[in-house]
Write a protein that binds this ligand. Structure first.
Ligand code: NDP
Length: 310
């Protein structure tokens, strides 16, 4: 049987994904017709990105799954025309990139690198940074990305707490859940990493009251999603110095408008949603494996729980 696979993630991505996808499908033993222009009623699988021109899934009457190229699904979950399974991206290339970004920015603040990089002014500042074991890091979200980042930080010696919706047990981390767990995770975070998905439950999770729970001078790293934080509350907490610094990769509006106060704030570092991205070579293997599973009648990997929103 030939699986008809529609690549509905835009022409630019097609140029980089076509060859890796064909190779991966071949290696997975899937006989496939992979194209960007298949009649909707003949499509079996849709390789997808939320900015795809395909927004109405109604004509895809025999499609068996939508396979998203991105980890975040907040723009697809509410689509009322989508009734077939939705798989999100869990790609080890994407995970590696995120681990590198989080670790690099955590180390920047932990080691106080800015002091020496920004002030080459002839002043001898002999204050050595503490060891990682003396620095507490909390990671909100212990999924594919959060758990990998938390484990890397723990490997470096940081005292790491993770927080998730359901209780977890991960060697080398203190794992918490629930409202009390969140309170503890915030109260004991010299560095706070946000790797939660955006859902109705997580929107504005970091509001003024929760920011106030963080220790004075805490650093926030947000590579999760912009609306996890109440922007005005964050700016107020940065202005008073209660929050020492925020390194933000994601925003309510992207690109971040040039006039947005984050750009000019001395305690904010803006990175332009580059913490990590799906890597075609590794992501193609994930997509191909899911199509192989679909064709073999096996359960798909990384299915989104639409009720939970991620
Ligand atoms: P996962 O779905 O694997 O993990 C999500 C984690 O968040 C889980 O641990 C989950 O808990 C937890 N969580 C969800 N809702 C709640 C809640 N209400 N309360 C407490 N914990 C909650 O996602 P990933 O790790 O793959 O990705 C996380 C996010 O990172 C993505 O959704 C995306 O927004 C962002 N991202 C950003 C990128 C960038 O370049 N900046 C690149 C890729 C992703 P549980 O384990 O109990 O289910």
């Amino acid at each position: 049987m030939t699986a008809n696979i529609l690549f509905a993630a835009g022409d630019t991505r097609w140029a980089t994904y076509e060859a890796p996808l064909r190779r991966a499908l071949d290696r997975a033993g899937v006989t496939a017709h992979l194209a960007t222009d298949i009649a909707p009623q003949e499509v079996d699988y849709i390789v997808y990105a939320p900015d795809s021109p395909v927004q109405d899934f109604t004509p895809f009457t025999r499609a068996r799954a939508v396979l998203n190229l991105w980890a975040g699904v907040e723009n697809i979950v509410p689509n009322p025309t989508l009734h077939i399974p939705l798989a999100r991206m869990v790609d080890h290339g994407l995970t590696s990139g995120m681990v590198e970004w989080v670790t690099g920015h955590a180390l920047r603040h932990h080691l106080g690198m800015d002091t020496h990089i920004l002030h080459q002014d002839g002043v001898w500042r002999p204050d050595a940074p503490p060891l990682a074991s003396d620095r507490r890091v909390s990671v909100l979200g212990l999924g594919a990305l959060g758990a990998a980042c938390a484990q890397m930080l723990a490997t470096l010696g940081f005292a790491v707490t993770g927080w998730s919706r359901t209780p977890k047990s991960i060697d080398t981390l203190r794992c918490l859940s629930g409202k009390d767990g969140l309170r503890t995770a915030l109260q004991e975070a010299d560095i706070l990493v946000l790797l939660l998905p955006l859902t109705p439950e997580t929107e504005n999770l970091l509001n003024a009251a929760r920011l106030a729970l963080l220790p004075t001078g805490a650093v926030i790293l947000n590579p999760g999603r912009g609306p996890l934080i109440d922007d005005d509350a964050l700016i107020a907490a940065l202005d008073t110095g209660h929050i020492g610094h925020a390194t933000l990769d994601v925003f309510r509006e992207e690109p971040l408008p040039p006039t947005h106060p984050f750009w000019a704030h001395p305690r904010v570092t803006v990175t332009p949603h580059i913490a990590s991205e799906t890597r075609p070579e590794t992501a193609a293997q994930v997509i191909a494996e899911n199509i192989r599973r679909g064709e073999a009648g096996e359960p798909l990997l990384h299915l989104v729980d639409r009720d939970a929103g991620y």
